[in-house]
Design a protein around this ligand. Structure first.
Ligand code: SOE
Length: 379
């Protein structure tokens, strides 16, 4: 493919996620031969100095300090939302009204009602959209999807997932403001449920189908923290830890756990699926491997295989190096951009769309509601 069409990106927010997405835009056209090529047109942030520094670092052509000005620009095709959760809806709805495509960080929204409004407005506008649930596009996870869809596991009985971290254990850690908005319920909507379990739920729905009902418990271990924006000690409104069990529509049972209080774990996302014939498991800390056990193997050599997902016939891997050489976390974002650009060329949606990410939001809401009521809750 020779003649490339520019897709002008307007990025809102320049934190951790702004960096992962910018990196993906910079790399994608070097590795994927696609009709569209992202062009880093503008980055938007409230601090002009920081926005300019970010633009210089990543190669953005211009800066804005008001997202409304960015959305109003004629030279922007797609708005990428990398700001705290409480701003997603307003920016996405305005971007849709302006006819912009939208790539939105996860979770979609603060809650289901807000998410429903976003989906309605985005669908009315008919703009291309996707939500950055990046772990689907770890090649080993995408391979798991392939194996499940091929029926290799047979009937699925169990789905288990954990997302464990340990960065909020100190009582001195404040809430609110840059980097720490994830601890502020007014900015984040929830704690580990929306931040970490949402990843696990998105992958689970993708791999194993819809979740019908949940029974959950949550805990907030540190009840008060200094708030960076008010300077006062304030009640902590987020869940520090959450565990839930659930039923899937296909009859299997789910067990999920997430916490920011698992000392020793920085970002341990693991999943295991047990089927009638075979099981698979995956671990983010060893992300290029997919563990596979098949009961149909000859019993003398039957056991867990550790598949090194680097061969060219494995998902996405023909685009990278040579068999045996690995890729990592940042490539999942490159894959999502590549899929988005390919979808654009073919006129097809890129999963998860806003409508699909709303299903994850509904499960998160049911989980929080079940924890509050101590009852099973239907999704
Ligand atoms: C939280 O620490 C966090 O950065 C999440 O917000 C991301 O979604 C997750 O991928 C890693 O952990």
């Amino acid at each position: 493919m020779s003649e490339k069409k520019d897709l002008n990106i307007g990025l809102v927010g320049y934190g951790f996620m702004g960096r992962t997405h910018s990196n993906a835009y910079c790399k994608v056209s070097n590795f994927f031969d696609l009709e569209y090529r992202p062009r880093l047109k503008a980055v938007c942030g409230r601090s002009e100095d920081n926005a300019k520094a970010f633009a210089a670092q990543w190669g953005y052509e211009s800066v804005e300090t008001d997202w409304k000005a960015l959305v109003a620009r004629d030279d922007i095709d797609a708005i990428d939302i990398c700001t705290p959760n409480n701003t997603h809806a307003e920016i996405a709805i305005a971007a849709a009204k302006a006819g912009k495509m939208i790539l939105c960080e996860k979770p979609l929204s603060m809650n289901t009602a807000e998410g429903e409004e976003m989906v309605k407005k985005i669908e009315e506008a008919g703009v291309a959209n996707t939500v950055w649930y990046n772990y689907r596009r770890v090649p080993a996870v995408t391979l798991a999807k392939q194996l499940i869809d091929e029926g290799r596991l047979g009937k699925i009985f169990h789905y288990r997932a954990n997302f464990l971290q340990d960065w909020t254990i100190s009582t001195d850690l404040p809430q609110g403001g840059a980097a720490l908005w994830r601890l502020d319920v007014n900015a984040a909507g929830s704690g580990v449920t929306g931040d970490l379990l949402a990843h696990c739920i998105d992958t689970a729905i993708w791999l194993n189908g819809g979740i019908t009902d949940v029974s959950a418990m949550t805990e907030t271990f540190i009840k008060e923290r200094m708030h960076n924006l008010t300077g006062k000690v304030e009640k902590v409104g987020i869940d520090d830890a959450c565990t839930f069990m659930c039923h899937f529509g296909n009859g299997s049972l789910g067990l999920f756990e997430s916490t920011r209080y698992a000392r020793g774990h920085k970002a341990l996302y693991t999943l295991e699926i047990n089927g009638e014939h075979a099981s698979i498991r995956w671990d983010l800390h060893d992300l290029h491997r997919l563990e596979y056990f098949d009961h149909r193997d000859d019993s003398l050599v039957r056991g867990w295989r550790s598949v090194h997902v680097t061969d060219g016939d494995m998902p996405y891997m023909d685009k990278w190096w040579v068999p045996g050489l690995q890729i990592g976390y940042e490539h999942t974002f490159v894959h999502q951009v590549a899929d988005f650009l390919e979808g654009l060329a073919k006129g097809q949606p890129t999963s998860p769309t806003f409508a699909e990410a709303l299903e994850t939001q509904k499960v998160c809401d049911a989980v929080l509601s079940s924890a509050a009521s101590k009852q099973w809750v239907n999704v």
